[in-house]
Design a protein around this ligand. Structure first.
Ligand code: SF4
Ligand code: SF4
Length: 151
């Protein structure tokens, strides 16, 4: 998935991201830094707080007075937020940066869709054009779970 380097200075150390980790225990996925598999290691840290439909919002047992006390933070925490589709709690200092990054990807996907229409009008039988269309569609499919069908 698309990865970006983040400016870590945006963190205001509110600790909210460690109190609101959205998890779907049925599918074994979490929506923390984009959509990620919920590992056994991560699951052990979680304390369910609130549930809406299939999503359980969890807090982390290592969060003490808004600070992380885990001496061996999992990779997911070290990288967060690295995905343009990271789940950010209200007031998170990364909101503007993540918003811009996700908008750039949406624009890229819209452009690919426009190109597909253009290529389809040119010739649907040309093998090279079909290859480009397939490549574009694969890219769009990659972001399907984030809503690319509707961008
Ligand atoms: S919610 Fe955002 S600003 Fe707050 S601690 Fe997490 S990353 Fe930092
Ligand atoms: S290990 Fe630390 S950074 Fe990771 S969720 Fe828990 S408190 Fe937050």
């Amino acid at each position: 998935m698309y990865n970006i380097s983040m400016n870590k200075d945006f963190c205001v150390q509110c600790g909210e991201c460690c109190k609101n980790i959205p998890v779907d225990f049925d599918t074994g996925q979490m929506y923390f830094d984009g959509i990620q598999p919920l590992t056994a290691e991560f699951k052990k840290m979680l304390v369910p707080v609130n549930k809406t439909k299939n999503i359980t919002f969890c807090s982390c047992k290592y969060l003490v007075e808004n600070l992380c006390t885990n001496p061996d933070k999992p990779e997911e925490c070290v990288k967060y937020p690295s995905s343009p589709f990271a789940f950010l709690p209200l007031g998170c200092g990364y909101y503007g940066e993540i918003f811009i990054k996700s908008e750039k990807i949406k624009q890229k996907i819209r452009k690919l869709k426009e190109e597909i229409i253009h290529y389809e009008l040119m010739s649907s039988k040309d093998k090279n054009i079909q290859k480009i269309i397939n490549h574009h569609q694969t890219m769009i499919e990659k972001y399907k779970a984030y809503g690319s069908d509707n961008w």
